[in-house]
Design a protein around this ligand. Structure first.
Ligand code: ATP
Length: 322
């Protein structure tokens, strides 16, 4: 056990439900162990402005169930420069902060790696709704976003069945289709479009026609934003099948909301392990989930592990929605 006196925590990149639970765990675990914990407001951008405050037990009261992040988040171009990273290191050193926990996505981890190279002890907690980090099975916030979308699909199903319409639902996911994949299976979608798999328009129309022939009164198509043009899909479906179709673009509603139990539990466990890791002198690790175990992967390795798309889930969704 090494004596570490001051650590800091920040959230970076896109906000994700569960970030607050992770902040709470870092602050409370630190204070429990006699460590001063500082909160950096507004990500790396706030770090470069010295926007840092000491956190107390009460600073994180009543936040475990809240979406967003009480520390705020931002993106910073300055931090991507060597000069910016050196400035950030100096600001941390001036306050006497020896360890930094960053809660964020892939880009945030790349930034964290640069700080590690400058001698700051660092630990990363994966938090992004996209679930686009290859070294971990899940990122904090993803399950909540998938739950939000599945809930929206269930609601759209009601009205879809009532009118005998099709509904095309556009969800987040420019490069990673996991939100569409998981919410699509959970919501019983007939077709799921993801950026990882080429769109087969012929199959799509044929499946809709089959449904129409056997009298299906609802038809849900979930489209990850990076996979196809949602409005063109809608037009094509109406023209080729004669099924009246509506488009719903869910947008930023997917980022908010109270985190699911899954996200709160993993955020709490990771926040706890992050501080304990710094206390035993571990640094440069990204925390993750592999087969329901909490694992530590070197950040340098973690950011280079390619995310593998789970084709089996897509096949299951297709078979179950015939
Ligand atoms: P999300 O997946 O939600 O978008 P993210 O962490 O990947 O989250 P980014 O915008 O990619 O979000 O990164 C957040 C911040 O991390 C950037 O604004 C920048 O300051 C820093 N950052 C990103 N990439 C690098 C890099 N290669 N080197 C140094 N800093 C970086």
């Amino acid at each position: 056990m090494i004596k570490i006196k001051k650590i800091a925590v920040l959230t970076s990149g896109g906000d994700a439900p569960g970030m607050n639970a992770a902040i709470r765990a870092v602050v409370r675990t630190g204070i429990y162990n006699g460590i001063e914990v500082y909160g950096v407001n507004m990500g790396y951008s706030g770090l470069l402005e010295g926007n840092i405050k000491k956190m107390e037990l009460s600073s994180v009261a009543d936040i475990i169930h809240r979406g967003g992040t009480i520390l705020g988040t931002a993106r910073s171009d300055e931090f991507e420069t060597k000069a910016g990273q050196q400035k950030a290191k100096n600001i941390l050193k001036d306050i006497g902060i020896e360890g930094l926990v960053v809660i964020g996505g892939d880009g945030s981890f790349r930034g964290l790696l640069e700080l590690a190279k400058l001698g700051i002890k660092v630990i990363g907690i994966p938090a992004t709704i996209d679930n686009d980090m290859g070294y971990t099975d899940f990122t904090i916030g993803f399950m909540t976003a998938a739950e939000t979308v599945a809930d929206a699909i269930s609601k759209l199903r009601d009205t879809s069945s009532a009118h005998g319409r099709a509904n095309v639902v556009e969800v987040m996911g420019r490069d990673c289709g996991d939100i569409a994949l998981y919410s699509g299976l959970a919501g019983g979608a007939e077709t799921i479009f993801v950026p990882e798999v080429n769109v087969d328009y012929k199959d799509f129309i044929e499946k809709a026609m089959q449904g129409k022939r056997r009298g299906k009164r609802h038809h849900i198509i979930v489209v990850a934003e990076g996979s196809a043009n949602t409005f063109e899909l809608c037009k094509m479906l109406e023209e080729e099948t004669g099924i009246e179709t509506r488009v719903t673009v869910l947008g930023h509603v997917q980022r908010g909301g109270t985190p699911t139990v899954f996200d709160r539990i993993w955020a709490s466990r990771m926040g706890y392990v992050a501080v304990n890791s710094l206390m035993v002198g571990d640094s440069g690790f990204a925390l993750g989930i592999r087969c329901n175990e909490l694992v530590k992967t070197e950040i340098e390795k973690a950011v280079n592990i390619k995310k593998i798309f789970n084709k089996e889930i897509l096949e299951i969704a297709e078979i179950l929605s015939i």
